[in-house]
Ligand binder design. Sequence first.
Ligand SMILES: [Zn+2]
Length: 226
Amino acid sequence: MPDSDKRQDLVVFIQHHVSATCVECGKDLPKGTLIRFQREKGTLCLECSDLDHLEFLPAGDAAITSRSRKYSRLWAVVVKFSRSRRRNERQGILAEPEAIERALAESEADSEERERRREREAVRRESLDRRYVAEFAQAIREQFPGIPSGADIKIAEHACLKHSGRVGRSAAAKSFEPDSVFLAVRAHVRHAYTDYDELLFKYDDRHLARERVREKIEAVLEEWRA
Ligand SMILES: [Zn+2]
């Protein structure tokens, strides 16, 4: 498919119905959750859409938004349905955390931006459970002793942020199970070591994109297992 055929932006909705469920994993998607909705595919959670590694950047600063889009291999527009105006309204974008970071850093000259960046980093740190991250990273290294140093922590932090909404030791223990660890590592490899995100952005077709990167992912995982 040539570039000129790139369809409209990827759109993520803020779920506005009383309740909804993901058609793939069956997860509950309460009002306010970010979802994808396509008439032919139904409602999908962000995890099943492979967009859960992206971070929300609220609308408000056009320069930062446009830079974040530019630096992100994959981004989506976030909209919310306004009942009173009967239309979808833009709330911001989802972009790669590193892209947002870079966009904010470039506007550091502005002190207000510097403050905003500090706040963002503080919120992120606060929501990280150090013990959870250490345990998760340990579980990763047991399964993948050859993982490059730093990658284990990165994956563990992501798992921790994702996990932070769920409570209880049993839920935490479940995420340390070999299958959960494997899925977290594989998702990281997919995004960080292949051109999966570019493919997903271009074609908006997970199945096609996954097929194209399957071998590369297997090769990386094989190397890390040793
Ligand atoms: Zn799902």
